[in-house]
Design a protein around this ligand. Structure first.
Ligand code: BES
Ligand code: MN
Ligand code: MN
Length: 465
């Protein structure tokens, strides 16, 4: 193991240069204009796996973006770890808010990353974290000390709902057979406080359309006498939360699993600095569901948020118009025991019921995803905890997070195995935002931690050592 760690220390510069190459490819899955770049990113990941010594590497075409697959077989008596991640990224806009090009990676120091951080779209979510896995396995293979069988499955549609990965898993369940799934696509509490993610929220995402008159009208001639769909939509959305910031959709909380007082006390012990949180976001006060802390609101409680809203005239200057239509995209983050299809149906029924007769509404569901909880009493969690403790010199604590990785629930259903969510980002790394970055400390610490995971996992599966 020391030889592996030495190898890693000697190759750090190369690890950074090779990641930069991947970060330069704008693999934006949401925008069809980038299809060629998405394919180039898949090829680059595949080539990196081959160079690392991984066998049977293929770029598997799907009806959507390709899935990169590869495996290294060590022996029939060894446990098999499936590494999952994604090479697609979110669109970088608004572009004008980036201090350097989103696909021109540079290292800059920040308050939380005094050793420097890589600024680029995808640096943290998830190219940087995927690359840690490729480099860790490369180092272990170079030193002949990989103690597990490893399979890689790196997809290109995570940011748009993983539709074709779901189909791929069902069709290739035998090929993907494994003992556990290792994923680095989440955060740690801070570089001083390592943590392992044991819960993710689910998601129900809908788009709404409110239609009033059959055409845009003069807001002077008709204003005051005809329903304005933008005004109506705003009122309808405002009514979805009450004065305690609880969601008013009937039945919304019915299935929510409440945590016990002890569980809540435990999770609130996690180091969390509210003043720093507010300062980082430039807000004077936080806001959320009455009776819960900020940590709880952002992880174990369900939410309803408008992600985008539009209608009428939004160009330069003033145009007097009473718009015919208004639209919004709304996400609901779900917690264990809530189900996206049920919540989407409840939303639809309620939204239609609160529309006044002066407008028509249409609700269109987008992708959704089940919430996830992973146990801590599994060999994979124990191996991850020991690996993190070894690499950080500090015991990690289990934490639940607010983001979603919908495919994790499907892995459990189709492949029958639990995942271990060993991510290395920070919540403040600005994923999905302008100036996304990933700490050099985090990138290298991830590469150092992963070999320990394989070691401890193999040891644990061998009856414990
Ligand atoms: N890696 C994130 C999810 C995440 C981020 C989990 C931070 C925990 C901490 C992932 O790439 C993501 O953005 N997921 C989407 C899901 C969606 C597109 C279906 C999300 O959470 O919005
Ligand atoms: Mn991600
Ligand atoms: Mn993401």
């Amino acid at each position: 193991m020391q030889a592996v760690q030495d190898f890693i220390q000697q190759n750090k510069k190369r690890y950074l240069e090779e990641l930069f190459e991947l970060l330069r490819i704008p693999s934006i899955s949401a925008d069809p204009a980038y299809k060629g770049d998405v394919e180039r990113a898949a090829e680059y990941v595949a080539e990196s796996l081959r160079k690392a010594g991984v066998d049977k590497v293929e770029v598997c075409p799907t009806a959507g973006n390709p899935i990169v697959y590869g495996e290294k077989f060590i022996g029939p008596d060894k446990p098999t770890v499936l590494v999952y991640g994604h090479y697609d990224v979110q669109p970088p806009d608004p572009l004008e808010l980036w201090e350097s090009g989103p696909f021109e990676p540079v290292v800059k120091k920040t308050e939380l990353h005094p050793d420097g951080a890589i600024f680029a779209r995808g640096s943290c979510d998830d190219k940087g974290q995927v690359f840690m896995h490729i480099k860790a396995v490369e180092a272990m293979l170079a030193k002949g000390s990989l103690p597990c069988n490893v399979k890689f499955m790196i997809e290109g549609e995570e940011e748009v709902g993983s539709e074709h990965l779901g189909i791929f898993c069902r069709q290739n369940a035998a090929k993907l057979a494994c003992d556990t799934i290792l994923i680095s696509d989440t955060s740690i509490l801070s570089n001083e406080h390592p943590s392992i993610t044991v819960g993710l929220r689910g998601l129900s995402y809908v788009e709404v359309e409110v239609t009033g008159p059959n055409r845009d009208l003069h807001s002077g001639v008709y204003g005051g006498a005809v329903a304005n769909p933008v005004n109506i939509l705003c009122r309808m959305i405002a009514s979805l939360q009450d004065e305690d910031n609880r969601i008013t959709i009937p039945g919304f909380y019915d299935d929510v699993l409440e945590l016990s007082t002890e569980e809540r006390a435990q999770m609130n012990k996690a180091p969390f600095d509210l003043e720093h949180y507010k300062k980082d976001l430039g807000i004077a006060e936080v806001r959320g569901e009455k009776g819960y802390t900020t940590l709880e609101r952002a992880t174990i409680r369900p939410t309803l948020d408008v992600n985008g809203i539009w209608g009428g005239y939004t160009g330069k200057g003033a145009k007097t118009v009473l718009p015919a239509k208004a639209f919004a995209k709304i996400s609901m983050r779900l917690v264990p025991n809530q189900h996206p299809d049920k919540i989407t149906a409840l939303f639809q029924k309620h939204f239609e019921s609160i529309a006044p007769p002066s407008v028509k509404v249409k609700v269109t569901p987008h992708h959704g995803g089940e919430p996830v909880v992973t146990p801590t009493d599994t060999p994979e969690y124990q191996a991850a905890a020991r690996a993190m403790a070894k690499a950080f010199g500090k015991q990690p604590i289990p934490t639940r997070e607010g983001g979603s990785i919908p495919i994790v629930a499907l892995f459990e259903e189709v492949l029958g195995v639990k995942s271990v969510l060993m991510g290395f980002g920070l919540d403040s790394d600005a994923i999905h935002s302008p100036n996304e970055h990933y700490g050099l400390f985090n990138y290298y610490k991830g590469i150092e931690t992963i070999p320990y995971f394989y070691q401890f996992y193999a040891d644990g599966k061998n009856g414990g050592m």
